[in-house]
Design a protein around this ligand. Sequence first.
Ligand SMILES: [Zn+2]
Length: 321
Amino acid sequence: MFARVLGHERQKNLLQRAVASSRLPHAYLFEGPEGIGKRLIALALTKMLFCANGNSCSECPACRKIDHHNHPDLHQINADGSSIKIEQIRALQKELSYRPLEAPYKVCLIDGAEKMNLAAANALLKTLEEPRAQTLLILLTPTPDAVLPTIRSRCQRLPFSRIPKEKLQEVLVEQLKIDDTQSHVLATLSEGSFKKALGKDRELYLQRRRDLLKNLAALSPGSVIPLLDLAQKLAEEKDLLFEILEIIQAFYRDLLLLKHGSPLEELVNVDMLETLEHVSRKEDVSSLLGKLSALMTSRRHLERNVNRQLAMEVLLMRLVA
Ligand SMILES: [Zn+2]
């Protein structure tokens, strides 16, 4: 029934057993990294409950409505901007006060549950404290620690872990028709996230990664103009900046591994050995550690919304020093 969702066998079995024995809790908290399939599993679970043929057929009207996000008994809440607001929870509570229209249950997905602001979380707490029959709440979060403890304790927690790299690599080779080197890079950088490996980050992780790292490796302490140019280009990548920092971080980590004589398959950038070896000759372990720490510092600064251009200039100066 979960055939179309890869991995997570233990979690799928557990949910299947809960449905089969009619022992669903009133609320689940699905926790685990972004993009590994939590939401897909929540939707598959909804199909199990709603399907007219009892087998998540994907063809009956109920299954099709779920696929098209227009089933009247499936409600989904996402962050409105950076937070989930109390109005959204109130609207949900109103919905939940009616009986299901077509399905045996009302299901509500709250995606990014850590984004509920305090007022919203306290409002939801009421719903969790007085659960209604025929209602299932599924909260999804990558950071359970950021969810109110009182909410966490009223949900059945179901942790999900990253897809193992080898498994992800297998799927990538099959689905994308790419070679082993590319699938290695993609599987490693996406850290077990299908969403990352198959989504908008793919091109970033393959070709643009190479261009970026070559530009970076070509910088020298004296090359001020190219450094400022690169800083500006990076600063313009508002939406991808954290992914870009991860790419640069993986590059310096590779250099460190090279210094330690680690086996090549532990590296991320296996397709750039020449560049890695070239840069590695100019670096020692302590300067590499310093650069990795500079990367972490700039990430923290960016999380606090500092001036991106300035943050990138400071970072690059540290990296070429
Ligand atoms: Zn169906």
